[in-house]
Design a protein around this ligand. Structure first.
Ligand code: PHB
Length: 386
């Protein structure tokens, strides 16, 4: 801090503008991610991805060093407003990056909007963040919950399934993923015959699995992620359902989870904006760099973190590191093509990625691409006025 003051005082004495002095200081990135709970490993992968991009740029983005301030949001919506305000008001961050959980992200979006702080969401799919709550200063590097769900609705209908049961956690992400699925599936003539749910982050699936067995649908569609996804896939197989009722999901079901799920995940089909076997030079380079740095294979969360950093870099480059120029920053991110490991993408009008959704199949430790299920799928951005 004293360096900042000294730098500003010195530059004022020299007749240099305050802006130039600010540019000489670090950009403060407030990372609000889960470090505990069912989504803890997702938070780690996002942070790893973000830091990897910064490191690849020599620790600077648009000439400015990055300083991180972190809060563990615990995927706990009731603490979200306090947590985000710590970053905005106590730590005075220049930009917010977070989070995984949709309920927490909506509180972040509200605080970002109220204060004009730039927010980049590196996972949470809450439709509202790029819908009714959208903002000129709010961007997403990930997906909307609607996107993978909608793509899977078309896939499951094409497979000839007619009656489907859905099962998920009862909160924004689960509800919206199922809604996207249902929209496409029922448009194509299918019927969602039962919508099962349990509170987040519960994992007592037994009674619901018994209900699926007695309902005997043609297929099941699900949204679970992180630790809950590991347990659901294992319990589904242990209940004997894997053999009798095909299970489909948004790709989070099998992303970052395969080691723990083992053979119980083998063969599962999911839809997502990333896969482990894209084989493009861009993705190969990213995967090699991530594996070398962290001694781990990357997953979709790592990609979203990496791309959040790329979006920050696109905006910062346009304003030559002066993040106070918010309108120019936003205009640059809106126009940018992000060279993502998933495939290059641009943002739609409501600031959500317009992207290919892959149909993937689990084979051993990988989510392998089967085909592009939905090309350049844009979230409808319903309710967003920008
Ligand atoms: C969400 O809450 O929006 C969410 C959480 C975990 C995921 C995907 C979406 O893997």
């Amino acid at each position: 801090m004293s360096f900042v003051r000294t730098a500003i005082a010195a530059s004022l004495a020299l007749g240099v503008s305050v802006t130039q002095a600010q540019v000489a200081t670090k950009i403060k990135v407030g990372l609000m991610l889960p470090a505990t709970g069912t989504f803890a490993s997702l938070g780690t992968a996002i942070e790893n991805g973000f830091r990897l991009y910064v490191t690849e740029q020599g620790g600077k983005v648009a000439g400015r060093e990055i300083e991180f301030v972190k809060v563990d949001d615990e995927s706990e919506p009731s603490k979200a407003t306090d947590n985000v305000n710590k970053l905005i008001k106590r730590d005075n961050v220049d930009v917010l990056v977070g989070t995984v959980h949709s309920g927490v992200a909506m509180a972040m979006a509200k605080a970002a909007k109220d204060t004009g702080t730039i927010l980049i969401v590196p996972n949470a799919g809450a439709d509202a963040v790029t819908g009714p709550m959208c903002g000129a200063n709010i961007f997403r590097s990930s997906f909307s919950n609607w996107q993978p769900g909608y793509a899977m609705g078309e896939v499951v209908a094409k497979k000839g399934h007619k009656n489907v049961v859905t099962i998920t956690w009862k909160y924004a992400a689960g509800d919206e993923s199922v809604r996207g699925f249902k929209e496409a599936f029922e448009k194509a003539g299918g019927k969602v015959v039962k919508e099962l749910s349990l509170p987040f982050p519960n994992v007592e699936f037994q009674a619901l699995l018994t209900e699926i067995a007695s309902t005997k649908p043609d297929a099941v569609y699900t949204f679970f992620a992180g630790g809950g996804a590991v347990k659901f896939v294992k319990d589904y197989a242990a209940a004997g359902l894997k053999k009798s009722v095909p299970l489909y999901g948004a790709g989070f079901l099998t992303d970052g989870t395969l080691e723990a799920q083992g053979g119980d995940a083998d063969g599962l089909l999911t839809t997502l904006h990333y896969a482990d076997s894209l084989g493009t030079p861009r993705d190969n380079a990213f995967r090699a760099s991530y594996a070398k740095t962290y001694k781990l294979q990357p997953d979709v969360y790592a990609v979203q973190g990496y791309d959040a950093a790329q979006m920050l870099a696109a905006g910062l480059a346009a304003v030559k590191g002066d993040i106070s120029k918010k309108a120019e920053f936003a205009a640059a991110v809106e126009k940018a093509t992000i060279d993502s490991p998933r495939g290059a993408f641009t943002l739609g009008k409501s600031h959500n990625p317009v992207q290919d959704i892959y149909l993937r199949q689990v084979s051993g430790a990988e989510n392998k691409v089967v085909e592009v299920a939905s090309k350049a799928l844009a979230d409808p951005g319903r309710g967003c006025r920008l």
